[in-house]
Design a protein around this ligand. Structure first.
Ligand SMILES: *Cc1c(COP(=O)(O)O)cnc(C)c1O
Length: 353
């Protein structure tokens, strides 16, 4: 067919399954196992009809202001979008506009190469070391930009700020994006480096630590000028990205800081307990500072365990990819959910002895 020659054809990102059912245990897409703050639900319920009839504020001023106050920056330094995927896609389009390749780790969020392909951005994957850590020295080469998550996905490994600083120091001439989707679970935020580096963009999300994956809210913080360029691209694409309900929910969420800290704390406690139990069952994993554990078993292949869990309606994530095809990424659920998983794994790993 002739028209097909003129079509933009891409290989899309494949998100984790969203199975539906009563009894299933969903530990495959790093959602929060707890509900969002009750204030978030109240905010939606108290909306008036006209709030749906009229367009939302294209500047999303209210949400940007509460985020600015919370993180101690100016409103002009905050950009918001429909989940951090939307923020990141806009950032790729805005900041990665060079003939030189952008750099990101070989094991990382698998959306990065999809956006690079979509926007025709050349890219190079920089291998992590054998312990899944970044080597700052490998990022001292000409590039069109740099992006990596910290803590990394799907490994859960966190880098010290000294590593990030070293990368920033040798890359003053391109934009460096730190994707902090999991930072609230124990990473160190690069927000503290913003004053020093005007080419740094920090991206975060409400989907994991704020229990609002369904609301689709993400944001970026950076230098005013950087955020200005990002807004110009966004307004050239879609002025009204965030719905009024999403904005209202986002504001209510940030205002309930005590609840936020409480649920993050619970997830972290469950994670630390799960680490101990997994170890006793013959699993090993890089130390996780996120809301998931990236684990392999000493005898049984990840693929076999993935399929066995799935039969029991326990969903975890498996990536059939080089270097990581013997690992399972297990999201941290409630204590009860983790107990069901651990009991199943205890029985299953015993069987083969
Ligand atoms: C989950 C995730 C995102 C995207 O989350 P949104 O739901 O789009 O906010 C971005 N980066 C990483 C590394 C993630 O794990």
């Amino acid at each position: 067919m002739k028209w097909e020659d003129k079509v933009r054809r891409v290989v899309p990102y494949v998100p984790g399954e969203q199975p539906i059912g009563e009894r299933l245990i969903k530990l495959n897409t790093n959602e929060c196992p707890y509900p969002p703050s009750p204030r978030v639900m109240e905010a939606v319920k108290s909306m008036s009809e006209s709030e749906l009839r009229l367009y939302p504020d294209p500047e999303v001023g209210q949400l940007r202001q509460v985020l600015a106050d919370y993180y101690g920056v100016k409103k002009e330094q905050v950009f918001v979008g429909v989940g951090s995927d939307d923020v990141l896609a806009n950032a790729f389009l805005t900041f990665f506009h060079s003939d030189k390749p952008i750099l990101f780790p070989d094991i990382t969020y698998s959306f990065y190469d999809v956006w690079a392909e979509l926007f025709h951005i050349p890219y190079e994957r920089i291998p992590l070391d054998e312990n899944f850590h970044l080597c700052a020295g490998d990022y001292q080469k000409e590039n069109g930009g740099i992006i990596f998550p910290n803590p990394n996905a799907p490994t859960g490994v966190a880098e010290e700020l000294s590593v990030i600083r070293e990368i920033l120091k040798s890359n003053r001439e391109s934009v460096v994006i730190v994707d902090e989707a999991y930072v609230d679970f124990g990473g160190k935020s690069a927000l503290s480096l913003l004053e020093e580096y005007d080419n740094l963009l920090v991206v975060q999300t409400f989907s994991k630590s704020r229990a609002m994956a369904g609301a689709r809210i993400g944001f970026a913080i950076g230098n005013e000028k950087l955020i200005g360029y990002l807004n110009d691209v966004k307004f050239s694409f879609n002025s009204y990205t965030m719905s009024r309900p999403a904005i209202a929910m986002g504001v209510a969420c940030v205002e309930d800081d005590a609840y936020f800290k409480e649920i993050v704390d619970k997830v972290v406690k469950t994670r630390e307990r799960t680490k101990k139990e997994l170890k006793s069952l013959g699993f090993s994993f890089p130390d996780s500072r996120s809301n998931f554990i990236f684990a392999r078993h000493e005898r049984i292949s990840a693929k076999e365990l993935f399929e066995a869990c799935r039969k029991e309606q326990i969903y975890v994530r498996y990536f059939a990819k080089e270097r990581i095809d013997n690992y399972l990424r297990i999201s941290i659920g409630t204590d009860e959910e983790m107990d069901i998983l651990l009991n199943f794994l205890r029985n299953y790993t015993r069987k083969g002895c």
